[in-house]
Design a protein around this ligand. Sequence first.
Ligand SMILES: [Zn+2]
Length: 146
Amino acid sequence: MPNTAEQPRERFTNFTPYEMKKGEEYMSAEMLQHFKDLLLQWKQELMEEVDRTMHHMQEDAANYADPSDRATQEEEFSLELRTRDRERKLIKKIDQTIDRIDKDDYGFCDQCGVEIGIRRLEARPTATLCIDCKTLAEIRERQTGI
Ligand SMILES: [Zn+2]
């Protein structure tokens, strides 16, 4: 039985880290293109995962007659649906990020405006906050319990 409860890839690692040229400006056209390519590839990968999940669910749907098997199967399905839901949300976020790249509004913290940084963006291409603001936001989230 394949592990269908696998998390969608929150990270995309299949890329060559960007090397800044001497005197290159942060978020130059070339750098923006690098991140756009990265996001498009990541999206492609996620969409293939969604396809696989769908396919697997269709294949399995007819295979069980026994009620207890069906219960197990329903549990699996709901897990898969949750995974797909996360994948869909992630794909939406990727689309929004690509949109921001196209508008040349990428790579700077939404909160304080500093450069988010190439390495952080490569680890998390959909990041909209610098690491400091992100940390603060997480602390606040924990305190208010939202
Ligand atoms: Zn910030």
